[in-house]
Design a protein. Sequence first.
Length: 130
Amino acid sequence: MEFFLVFSLGIAVTIVGVYIIRPSLFTRPNQDYAMLEAVIEESIGELEAKQAEILAEIEEKHNALMKLHEQITASFLPANTQSPKVIAVLELMEQGDDPAQIAKKLGLGLGEVQLILELNKERKTLAESD
């Protein structure tokens, strides 16, 4: 039993001595994360710049595809082949008439006028999205 007490006392004195001589062994080192934070911020900036480049490239290719789409559509369906009825409906709509007035003026059904306007509205939104 005496040996155990002497042994335990020796270990305690050794630990206290090491703590006095080298206290850094018992504490966590204070790491400075400023460098890591700066690297991360720089990386985020580079990623955002690359994202902007990619988005600009995508937009450029989108515009080129829309021009190609217009050319293909124009080659298959020239603008002068539209029905005179459709042209008249669109002209009256541009003048500010509502579908009921257009139908009365042209002697068409209201549903037919609405259909013409809906079909050409989709075509206009594609052209406007260039």
